[in-house]
Write a protein that binds this ligand. Structure first.
Ligand SMILES: Nc1ncnc2c1ncn2[C@@H]1O[C@H](COP(=O)(O)OP(=O)(O)OP(=O)(O)O)[C@@H](O)[C@H]1O
Ligand SMILES: [Mg+2]
Length: 448
């Protein structure tokens, strides 16, 4: 199945369900999708192609259309979360004392306070660095960074543990032959992973389905605990009452280590950058930030240097913040480019103001009949490049910059304006001789 279909169906489900709820609660049967400013959130580290993909899925789901793109606003997840966190009271953070009634914005007030937002979910670590300006606006002061670290990695480690005990082959076959039971097993692990028992130092018990236990009949002399004992002492891991896989806290915590090590390494490297020397606060958001084990590791490591703030229900910070961002999208003053882009370049690490225009002139269709002009669009992770032929520069995927030119543009001089500071790159094109606008867009997806 194509990813685009999965995204389309998911978005369709979510917005029709949202409309049902709104109709139910307001009693307004005529309420429609067009009455809503929809905000779709994406990780800040996503490239333009991925953002375009999200938009495309939303169009296919019927949430908006290419002729009405404004119906959807793309918000960057850590930014949205930071908007939410700022409006909380200090006591709404699990890491703060329960009686502090001060608003975060007030506590952080002062000239140019800097903070880091760490959004960590199932499979994405997404980190942005902001400065709060005296005007109340937010300036991004270091480009978004991150990678593929998240809570799902702990589940992967659990699977690896099962494989190390029962062999990779047995687990693979079991998962393939018993997909429903396998799902139950992994879901039970997911629930227990989030449970209090682990942090309280208790044994974690994961329910093994009968079909799994049945693989190790006791009369063979290879009952399940005998197999486990080949690898672990029964004080560490054992099966209780032929039903529960019991894992000691030390073993459970080990499952968290690889991903937590990655997160600590990423943050340590980031905090060492001179641009971040003024940072005082760290907001930890996203579902995995609800994990007490993660909170402890981060606090032990960075708690002396930074004030670590984890909101209650960290998993909801992004979505609640997205609504607030939708109401105030102008809150952000400028962002930092993660990549160098252009026909002539806007550089990686360059600061671009929201709404700031980069103007490129001197383009013209080759022939009078031409209705469409395609201009190659280039990208690079490096910021020290000058020419599209420089090392490390590549043509962006897709069709690049596309202009639909009416016939009247035969004698023309096209001016292209690119806006890089928003959550998406926007483009407009004008015929400098007639001042007429052309439809212009960037296409990072099409293969021709
Ligand atoms: N209390 C908890 N303890 C440990 N992990 C938790 C807890 N609550 C949620 N998680 C983990 O958080 C992850 C989901 O987080 P979130 O909802 O932020 O992800 P997402 O935004 O859908 O994914 P991503 O940001 O990676 O695209 C899951 O891996 C889940 O196991
Ligand atoms: Mg997320």
């Amino acid at each position: 199945m194509k990813a685009l279909e999965v995204f389309t169906y998911s978005i369709h489900y979510l917005y029709t369900r949202a409309l049902e709820v709104i109709k139910e609660r307001t009693g307004d049967e005529n309420f429609s999708y067009s009455d809503v400013q929809w905000v779709l959130t994406v990780p800040a580290i996503w490239k333009p192609a991925a953002k375009q993909f999200m938009r495309e899925a939303a169009y296919q789901a019927g949430l908006a259309s290419a002729s009405n793109p404004e119906q959807i606003l793309i918000a960057l997840e850590p930014e949205a979360a930071s908007v939410y966190c700022r409006e909380r009271k200090m006591r709404d953070f699990v890491t703060e004392s329960g009686s502090n009634d001060a608003l975060v914005t007030d506590s952080m007030a002062g000239p140019d306070t800097q903070y880091v937002v760490v959004d960590i979910g199932g499979g994405t670590l997404d980190v942005t660095v902001h400065q709060l300006l005296e005007t109340g606006a937010i300036r991004e002061i270091y480009k978004a960074t991150g990678g593929g670290s998240g809570g799902q990695n702990v589940n992967g480690q659990f699977r690896a543990l099962l494989e190390s005990i029962f062999t990779k082959r047995l687990i693979e076959n079991y998962a393939r032959q018993n997909p429903v039971d396998w799902l139950y097993l992994m879901n039970d692990f997911e629930v227990k992973k989030r449970g209090k028992r682990l942090c309280e130092g208790g044994t974690t018990r994961v329910r093994l389905p009968n079909s799994f236990i049945g693989k190790f009949p006791s009369h063979t002399g290879w009952d399940i605990n005998t197999v486990i004992q080949q690898h672990y002492s029964l004080n560490e891991i054992k099966v209780l009452r032929n039903e529960y896989l019991c894992l000691e806290p030390r073993i459970m915590k080990q499952l968290f280590n690889p991903v937590l090590d990655d997160v600590i390494a990423h943050l340590s490297k980031l905090f060492a950058k001179p641009e971040l020397s003024g940072v005082k606060y760290v907001f930890l958001v996203g579902g995995f930030a609800d994990s007490v084990i993660l909170q402890e590791r981060i606090r032990n490591h960075f708690g002396h240097t930074y004030r670590i703030l984890v909101p209650q229900y960290a998993s909801l910070a992004v979505v609640q913040g997205a609504v607030m961002f939708g109401q105030k999208p102008d809150l952000f003053e400028s962002r930092i480019m993660t990549t160098t882009y252009g026909i002539r370049f806007v550089k990686a690490n360059e600061v671009v103001k929201i709404g700031e225009k980069r103007r490129f002139t001197g383009f013209a269709p080759l022939t009078g009949e031409q209705k469409q002009v395609k201009i190659d669009f280039y990208q690079s992770e490096r910021s020290d490049v000058e020419f599209v032929t420089d090392a490390g520069v590549e043509k962006a995927p897709g069709r690049g910059l596309v202009l639909e030119t009416p016939e009247a543009w035969k004698t023309r001089d096209i001016e292209i304006n690119l806006y890089f500071g928003g959550t998406e790159i926007k483009v407009t094109a004008v015929n400098s001789t007639s001042d007429k606008q052309s439809t212009a867009y960037l296409d990072f997806l099409a293969t021709n």
